[in-house]
Design a protein around this ligand. Structure first.
Ligand code: FE
Length: 382
């Protein structure tokens, strides 16, 4: 099956072409047709005048949406999240776990694998992101302290054998972290510094061991001080380290988002939602990893007042980044799937160029999703 998306504004990393067309063949992009060039034949031709076509968003850090959480462990929850994410322009995601019991993580991995291999209607699951349970009690944040433990590669192996693990977020001050980091790298799993109150020296040791991601940068990470550089200082300075940012206006102020992009550049920033089950839902009482969560004005907190994930919908985070930074869309679009894909070794994702998956989002001029396509097929339309 060939499809021609005619006369769109095509935005992809380093590409912004108004009046371009995109030829899809099967589940892949066949070619970009420059504005004014002769249009190729296709079995299906769709007029995209006045619309943006961009790579679908890849949310590598999300726990839930629409009332459901991956840690619920059942297929209905995965489908609710996977279908809901399509409406936010998300074509691909990593199912992100929490610090819950080992049995519950195992159950979530099993359901994830079933969804990954069988689902044909929701956003595409590319693997697991284990956020915890390898966290220090001091850095637990809104993760349940009852289930914290030291890094254990045997547990990761066990879960990775069920569903491919792509990334592990852990506190790098815990015993055995350098060895754990090296073992993850051997398995092509990204070690990501997270929930840490450790000093800069720990950051640097782990970076040299292979830790090239920082999880929800600035949130529950040792702050920058002019004499104690911390994980925030380390993340800003290290040119080989990618940082996740939550652009909901709650987790990072606008000036910090602007500063991070100014210092890191669009090549090393990855927008995430860290969405919990209240995303896409009204204010009220919810839960996260067994802890009660109150959502008020879209802000999710545990009773201590600590922020507990977000209710951010991906496309709103993209709009916020564009508004705050005033950076060109062809730069910002690197932060919404391309950086995630290349740093995690997810080949074929994050660009709309020949050979890449036709995972794309059709947007109006205000960056609101109109259609979401996965593998060359529309899976959601407004
Ligand atoms: Fe977290």
């Amino acid at each position: 099956m060939t499809t021609l998306l005619k006369n769109c504004r095509l935005i992809s990393p380093d590409i912004d072409l108004d009046g371009a067309s995109l030829l899809l063949s099967g589940d892949r992009v066949e070619r970009i047709v420059s504005p004014g060039a002769e249009l190729p034949d296709a079995e299906q031709v769709l007029d995209m005048s006045g619309k943006i076509v961009a790579p679908g968003y890849l949310d590598i850090h999300c726990h839930g949406r629409g009332g459901a959480d991956f840690s619920d462990g059942d297929m209905a929850s995965f489908e609710t999240i996977g279908n809901g994410k399509l409406a936010d322009g998300v074509t691909d995601f990593l199912a992100t776990t929490l610090s819950v019991s080992l049995d519950d993580i195992t159950k979530t991995c099993r359901t994830a694998e079933e969804y990954r291999t069988k689902n044909k209607t929701g956003a595409r699951l590319l693997g697991m992101h284990l956020e915890g349970p390898f966290f220090s009690p001091e850095g637990a944040g809104a993760q349940n302290p009852a289930f914290l433990r030291n890094p254990d590669i045997a547990l990761v192996d066990q879960w990775n054998a069920i569903c491919p693990v792509k990334k592990v977020s852990f506190s790098p001050e815990l015993p055995g972290s350098a060895e754990f980091t090296r073992e993850l790298v051997k398995r092509s799993i990204m070690p990501s510094g997270a929930h840490s109150l450790a000093p800069y020296e720990t950051f640097e040791e782990m970076r040299l061991a292979g830790m090239k991601h920082l999880t929800h940068f600035c949130n529950v990470l040792t702050p920058l001080h002019h004499l104690k550089f911390g994980f925030v200082g380390g993340g800003l300075r290290a040119k080989d380290v990618y940082v996740e940012i939550i652009t909901d206006g709650v987790h990072l102020c606008d000036e910090m988002i602007d500063l991070i992009l100014m210092v890191k550049g669009c090549e090393k920033v990855m927008m995430i939602t860290d969405s919990m089950r209240a995303a896409g839902m009204p204010d009220g009482d919810y839960s996260l990893g067994g802890l009660p969560v109150i959502v008020k004005n879209g802000r999710a907190t545990i009773p201590s007042g600590r922020v507990a994930g977000s209710t951010l919908l991906y496309h709103n985070g993209v709009k916020h980044m564009l508004d705050v930074t005033h950076l060109p869309p062809k730069e910002i679009i690197k932060c919404t799937s391309w950086n995630q894909a290349r740093s995690l070794g997810l080949t074929g994702y994050g660009r709309l160029e020949p050979g890449y998956y036709a995972d794309l989002v059709v947007l109006d001029t205000q960056w609101n999703p109109l259609e979401t396509w996965v593998g060359g097929v529309p899976r959601w339309r407004k």
